[in-house]
Design a protein around this ligand. Structure first.
Ligand code: ADP
Ligand code: MG
Length: 614
């Protein structure tokens, strides 16, 4: 039912009954007038129980909110005073106090006054969070007020002004107070209507209904002539119902909050598991149940990489998860659980290197669960290995450069003496000397090239002839090519244009590419190197007759550590690419499986003017 309909329905029923009993008070006198004490007690007890319930719920759940706390305490006071009002009601047996009209009416009026004034106070202050201390101070203050009020009325009953005169009806004082209370309720009625208009939540709807019923209830008390009247009965009934709606408001406010809290927890949970499932690695948890370790969580993208289903792990003991080295992992689980310490280890699973860390969660010194994380470190490990290797290579290269340097000195001596000896040699031996000298020349040039390549150098851009660089690289690699039964054919159609480059770096690129070509032609063949000239650029093609590159490799060519070779590092193409890019050039590849591969390198060349001025 919508809020508006609920308000309309309840208020119309209440008003209709009110009109009916006002029109036919005698016909609607449903009970024997003498039984009124019992009816009064039943109605009051219901409203007292409701009042105390409001207090308990409010105190338990809302003692941090000033308005809610005040409302709860108001009902504690109202319920308590109403209790004594009921006890002292005319016709009640002696219990704690004697029954008397003055006492019961005074207690009644004061309860109504407290209720009206305190609710007015609540409406006129802003709600705010308060500390538990304030609540703990207000509660005894309220109880003290109640006890002293009851005590004063009990003790000084005879001195109190008259409220009702037997047989005559309520005094002017009583009516005056009752009108005053009605007036306050009328104000509260409008305030609660405004509150309902602003909020229109379950809470404000109920508060508005409650206050409308209270206004009507008060109206009954200003109208009644004797306590046996149906108006009196109806006033009490309306009061109980009005209180009930406040209780309901409290109840629903609690439910709403709980629901909201619950929803928040659920969204937070969903979000968390979303985040967990998106993380690269894997997070898992296990607890010890009986003598087994049971997994209770398992989430992360690594599951997909390893092609594992969560269901194979969650709720399953460690023994049931098919893993290599299970005894070792079990040992680690035990260490984390019983040893209460964090530990890390590595496992290899489905060709992936996995780094696992276990962290026990302690509660009051006891391990309640262990949280584990798993990271795929395969690439990292490969990189580490490659670095170790390249480090080794670097050392070897440096040593080789040193050796080459050392060889050059004796070579110079040998060459010098050979030239001297050649002069005095007999004709027959002279040709031998020529041959020996040319071989020494070759040795010299090899050592020179070797040193140039092995020595790591900072890039140094200078104009140079690409043809000349290619020539040098070919003569450097030719001996190896001959051994492998490979011909290197260089076709140069360029007009010896210069490029601005670091010739050592370009040599490295050429060596990488030609070596790859060697390795792709284990049975030998021909490598064509074709240099062509375009508008302002040179294109170099290195074409082999090798195995070609499979599509899946071709797609990710140039990625570090991508290799199909046993002894390969998968760095050659990546470095070449980097060097060419640094030269403002481009590198691309075309390959046909089992037929051959061509690498194309395009480099900008210098304009001729440039070439002469530089
Ligand atoms: P590596 O030579 O150390 O493997 P590279 O980066 O030089 O590393 O080459 C990467 C991979 O590319 C090689 O392992 C090979 O599979 C493929 N590849 C490169 N060049 C060729 C070629 N000319 N013919 C066939 N495959 C090639
Ligand atoms: Mg290579």
């Amino acid at each position: 039912m919508s809020g508006k309909r609920k308000i309309l329905l309840i208020n119309s029923i209440a008003i209709a009954i009110f009109i009916l009993i006002s029109m036919y008070p005698d016909k609607l006198q449903l009970y024997d007038k003498q039984d009124f004490v019992a009816f009064h007690m039943i109605l009051e007890m219901v409203s007292i129980v409701i009042s105390f319930s409001i207090f308990f719920i409010g105190w338990k759940l809302y003692s941090h909110s000033l308005s809610f706390l005040l409302l709860s305490i108001t009902f504690l006071m109202v319920g308590s005073i109403d209790f004594f009002h009921t006890l002292s009601y005319l016709g009640m047996p002696h219990f704690i106090m004697d029954s008397s009209i003055t006492k019961s009416i005074w207690l009644w009026v004061i309860a109504r006054l407290f209720c009206a004034l305190l609710v007015l106070l609540i409406f006129s202050i802003d709600d705010r969070r308060i500390s538990k201390n304030i609540a703990n101070f207000l509660l005894p203050l309220a109880l003290l007020t109640v006890t002293s009020t009851v005590f004063i009325i009990y003790r000084f009953e005879s001195g109190l002004p008259m409220m009702v005169i037997e047989g005559v009806g309520p005094t002017t004082l009583k009516n005056g107070i009752e009108y005053f209370i009605s007036f306050i309720y009328l104000i509260l009625f409008f305030l609660s209507y405004r509150y309902y208009k602003n909020k229109s939540d379950y809470y404000s709807i109920n508060i508005f209904i409650s206050l409308s019923l209270m206004v009507l209830s008060e109206l009954n008390f200003t109208l009644y002539n004797s306590i046996y009247d149906i108006h009196n009965f109806y006033g009490h009934l309306l009061k109980a119902v009005a209180y009930f709606y406040i209780l309901e408001a409290f109840y629903f406010a609690t439910m709403e909050q709980r629901k909201k809290g619950h929803e928040k927890v659920i969204t937070a949970k969903n979000e968390l598991s979303g985040i967990l499932s998106l993380q690269d690695g894997m997070i898992f948890k296990f607890q010890k149940e009986g003598d087994r370790f049971i997994h209770s969580l398992c989430e992360g993208e690594l599951l997909e990489v390893l092609n594992i289903k969560k269901e194979w792990i969650i709720g399953k003991p460690l023994e049931a998860v098919r893993l290599p080295n299970l005894p070792e992992i079990m040992e680690n689980y035990k260490l984390a659980w019983y040893g209460k310490r964090r530990l890390t280890y590595e496992i290899t699973f489905k060709n992936r290197q996995l780094y696992v860390s276990l962290k026990p969660v302690l509660k009051e010194g006891k391990v309640i669960e262990v949280i584990g994380s798993m990271t795929d470190v395969t690439d990292l490990k490969a990189m580490e290995q490659a670095f170790i290797n390249s480090e080794k290579l670097g050392v070897v290269g440096e040593m080789a450069a040193g050796v080459a340097h050392e060889i050059r000195n004796p070579l110079t001596t040998i060459k010098g003496f050979m030239q001297l000896m050649k002069k005095d040699a007999v004709d027959k031996h002279r040709t031998y000397f020529d041959l020996m000298l040319s071989e020494v020349d070759r040795l010299e040039s090899i050592t020179r090239d070797f040193m140039a390549i092995a020595k790591p150098q900072a890039s140094h851009f200078k104009p140079a002839s690409l043809s000349a660089i290619i020539d040098e690289v070919i003569s450097f690699l030719n001996p190896q090519a001959v051994l492998k039964g490979i011909d290197i054919v260089f076709m140069d159609t360029s007009s010896n244009l210069f490029i601005k480059c670091d010739s050592n770096q370009l040599k490295q690129v050429l060596i990488n590419l030609i070596k790859n070509a060697f390795e792709a032609m284990p049975k030998g063949g021909t490598i064509h190197i074709i240099l062509t000239e375009e508008v302002s650029q040179l294109t170099l093609e290195i074409k082999d007759e090798g195995t070609g590159i499979p599509l899946e490799i071709l797609e990710s060519l140039g990625r570090p550590f991508l290799t199909t070779k046993k002894e390969g590092y998968g760095l050659g193409l990546m470095m070449s690419q980097k060097i060419i890019e640094a030269h403002n050039g481009k590198m691309r590849v075309a390959s046909v499986l089992n037929s051959g591969t061509s690498f194309f390198i395009t480099l900008p060349c210098l304009v001729r003017d440039d070439e002469h001025t530089s």
